[in-house]
Design a protein. Sequence first.
Length: 58
Amino acid sequence: MEKKESKVAPVSKQVKDRVERRVEQVIDRLPSETDPQGMYTGKPVVPGEVPVQDADDL
C-alpha cells in the first residue's frame, strides 16, 4: 500500500496554544440563560442534571 502524503501544513506552537486557550474558554462557559435545561448546549443550570430532549425541542 502506498503512503499518502499529508497536505496539512505544520502548525506553530503559538497557533496551537491559541487554539487550546480558545477551546478551554468554550468548554468552561457557564450555562445559557436561554437554555436552562441544557437541551442544546449540554450545560444545564443545575450542575449534574442530565439534559433530556423531547419532541418540542426538535
